[in-house]
Design a binder for this molecule. Structure first.
Ligand code: BES
Ligand code: ZN
Length: 654
């Protein structure tokens, strides 16, 4: 516990403007009310879920929200593509404890120029030493009763959230591009705020850009065409409004030669104009997915749902920025075969954005729920066969990851609720929170049936809408609303073991897929000498080919690879999921004909899921691999995002 709040005066200290903002939102008021009282001995006994969340400490933020908490961020920023910086002001609205003397913000790689009150009078501040992972605490002295602080600042090159792309790194090749990636703890490197997922904030923004570029954000887009900037004819401004309180990692921005195409009444695609038509074709099912998702777990709470396709250096597959999912162009296969990624990011509109992990130790509450939900959407929209295949592929990844973590002697990272104190949350990133988390919900589904589990999940999203959640608080809720306080049942389902212990409990249900079993049979036949022409692959979908590649054993020869390549054209595949798996085999078996494609792939794509394993595989090829890895990396590195560089650094020692 950091500070002991003294009185419960939240109601009287909330300014009228703030009060109006919160009036329609019971949750933040409740949270503030709780933070004012939760340290009394009476409250310390309180075991209702919200009380548990309110007293949980986030080890990855310097903030002390019990004392002073950011409730709203208003940004006024200008993008300078020559200097590669954003600069301007962040005006923060605070909810403070009665005698609050200071507010502590998170910052990382920011130039803090000055801090003032609402009237422009300077406020005293200090930038602490901090550390490499968490950045530096910015402590601002608060005059009695202050509810607003204004931080004037600029970003620095080398921050972890922003990537500034030269025109050559874009699809259009003519104009530059900028995008942000907040999750997990990067927002502090472009916005000085309290960067903890339990400190929900609304935001507004005015973003000034060169007049040939468009700015979009994870918020309602108030000025789709931009508006003039007085005295600056070569610039225009875009304004945004996020009225729902969100975790700061979900504040996101992109600027570029961005166009828009509608997909349905509430859905559409943003992309560089050069690829807009292709992107719109790929995501044609967005509206059906949105409708299916709302039917499953309750109304969509965010107004519109759009996807923004980014340039290929985007380090992730997708990022669930509210109202505007950010996506890698590697999902544009041309045949809509990789759109489960959209189902995934859309599902986060409930699991993650509506009900949010309160700390990064509760990450599985975001990702495990989302993988489960994603698969339900896929089943609804594309049928059980496709959903089953996706489940099996995920399960297979989980088995491999658990084995790797075991070999690496990292049992802590096989837990759904790991201890991450002093650990970079990025280091915990793996299939465990995703697939073990989903397996936990599937175990509950197997026991209770879909009807009961769905009712529970729908209720959960409703009960904790616009709140943050911890694993401990979830257990209390689960007990009350699904287990009905049946302690024997809780024990027999091994709930505690699932959530707090390492490995996979033995009541996990292994998924099956008849379509993939058939593929497995064909892989065996091939390895036993059948020619590709004799294999029954005629009606295979991309997922089946993807699985086929995972079924080829280490004894695969270069001649066999050549035969497969000739029959199926893997080296020329437009499906990056298939291509990256094929390239892994090419590295492992030193299949030369794929090497030029490997080079081009690593130079152009920055998606970590693909590139990090390829560098790792190269490093394992004594004799030729490490040299090739280093030479390709030297060429590719300037184009990679800071996050991708950090990830490759782990497998490519200096
Ligand atoms: N929220 C994640 C991305 C993320 C996780 C960013 C942790 C930073 C830290 C997103 O929803 C996600 O899981 N993306 C996946 C795709 C998905 C289909 C599994 C990805 O990027 O590969
Ligand atoms: Zn996710």
């Amino acid at each position: 516990m950091t500070a002991a709040p003294k009185t419960s005066s939240a109601g009287t200290r909330l300014g009228s403007g703030l009060f109006a903002r919160l009036a329609g939102l019971a949750a933040p008021l409740l949270a503030i009310g709780m933070l004012m009282t939760n340290c009394t001995s009476h409250e310390a006994q309180n075991n209702d879920p919200q009380a548990i969340v309110a007293r949980t400490i986030d080890d990855h933020s310097w903030a002390r929200p019990q004392e002073a908490r950011v409730t709203h961020v208003d940004l006024d920023l200008t993008a300078d593509f020559n200097k590669k910086i954003l600069s301007g002001a962040a005006t923060l609205t605070l909810a403070t404890e009665a005698n609050a003397k200071q507010v502590i913000l998170d910052t990382k790689a920011l130039d803090i120029q000055s801090v003032t009150d609402a009237a422009g009078a300077p406020l005293k501040y200090t930038l602490g030493k901090g550390n490499e992972m968490m950045g530096k605490p910015l402590t601002i002295e608060l005059p009695q009763g202050a509810q607003t602080v204004v931080v004037h600042y600029a970003t620095q090159e080398g921050g972890t959230a922003l990537q500034w792309l030269d025109p050559s790194q874009t699809a259009g090749k003519k104009l530059p591009f900028l995008f942000s990636q907040g999750e997990e703890i990067n927002t502090r490197s472009w916005i000085p705020t309290q960067d903890s997922p339990a400190i929900r904030q609304t935001y507004t923004a005015r973003i000034v850009v060169p007049s040939n570029l468009v700015a979009v954000m994870s918020a309602e887009r108030l000025t789709p065409k931009g508006e003039p900037v007085e005295g600056h004819p070569s610039q225009r401004a875009f304004r945004f409004d996020m009225k729902q309180p969100i975790a700061p990692y979900l504040i996101a921005i992109a600027i570029g030669d961005i166009g828009f195409k509608s997909e349905g009444p509430d859905t559409g695609v943003y992309a560089e104009r050069a690829i807009l038509d292709k992107a719109a074709y790929e995501f044609a099912d967005m509206q059906s997915m949105l409708d299916a998702a709302s039917k499953l777990y309750g109304p969509y709470q965010w107004g519109r749902y759009d996807v923004l396709v980014l340039p290929p250096s985007f380090p992730f597959g997708g990022m669930e920025n509210p109202t505007l999912t950010f996506a890698t162009p590697t999902v544009i296969a041309g045949d809509r075969s990789l759109v489960s990624l959209v189902a995934h990011e859309l599902a986060h509109s409930w699991s993650g954005n509506l009900v949010t992990n309160a700390t990064w130790e509760d990450f599985w509450l975001n990702e495990g729920f989302t993988v489960y939900f994603e698969n339900r959407i896929m089943e609804q929209v594309y049928g059980k066969d496709r959903a089953d295949m996706l489940k099996v592929l995920g399960w297979q990844d989980l088995q491999a990851t658990l084995k790797d973590l075991d070999d690496a002697k990292q049992p802590e990272f096989t837990k759904l609720h790991p201890d991450l104190n002093g650990v970079d949350p990025d280091d915990y990133f793996s299939d465990v929170p995703y697939e073990k988390g989903a397996a936990f919900l599937r175990m509950l589904e197997a026991h209770f049936g879909r009807k009961k589990l769905d009712a529970y999940l729908k209720g959960y999203f409703h009960r904790y809408a616009f709140q943050s959640m911890t694993t401990d608080a979830f257990v209390v809720d689960l007990r009350e609303n699904l287990l009905h306080n049946d302690a024997d049942l809780e024990k027999s389902l091994k709930i505690h073991q699932w959530l707090y212990d390492k490995g996979l409990p033995d009541n996990a249900v292994a998924p099956t897929s008849a379509l993939l079993d058939q593929v497995k049979g064909q892989a065996v036949a091939f390895m036993n000498g059948a020619a590709p022409a004799d294999l029954q692959t005629q009606d295979w979908s991309p997922l089946q080919f993807q699985y086929f590649l995972t079924q080829l054993p280490d004894t695969l020869t270069v001649d066999q690879m050549a035969a497969l390549d000739k029959a199926y054209g893997f080296t020329a595949s437009h499906n990056d999921e298939i291509l990256s798996n094929w390239l892994l085999l090419a590295v492992k078996h030193h299949y030369q004909p794929a090497m030029p494609v490997l080079h081009d792939f690593l130079i152009s794509v920055g998606r970590m899921k693909y590139v990090t394993p390829l560098y790792k595989a190269l490093m394992a090829q004594a004799g030729w691999g490490p040299e090739m890895a280093r030479s390709i990396y030297a060429e590719a590195e300037p184009g990679y995002h800071e996050i991708t560089r950090a990830s490759i650094a782990k497998v490519l020692p200096q």
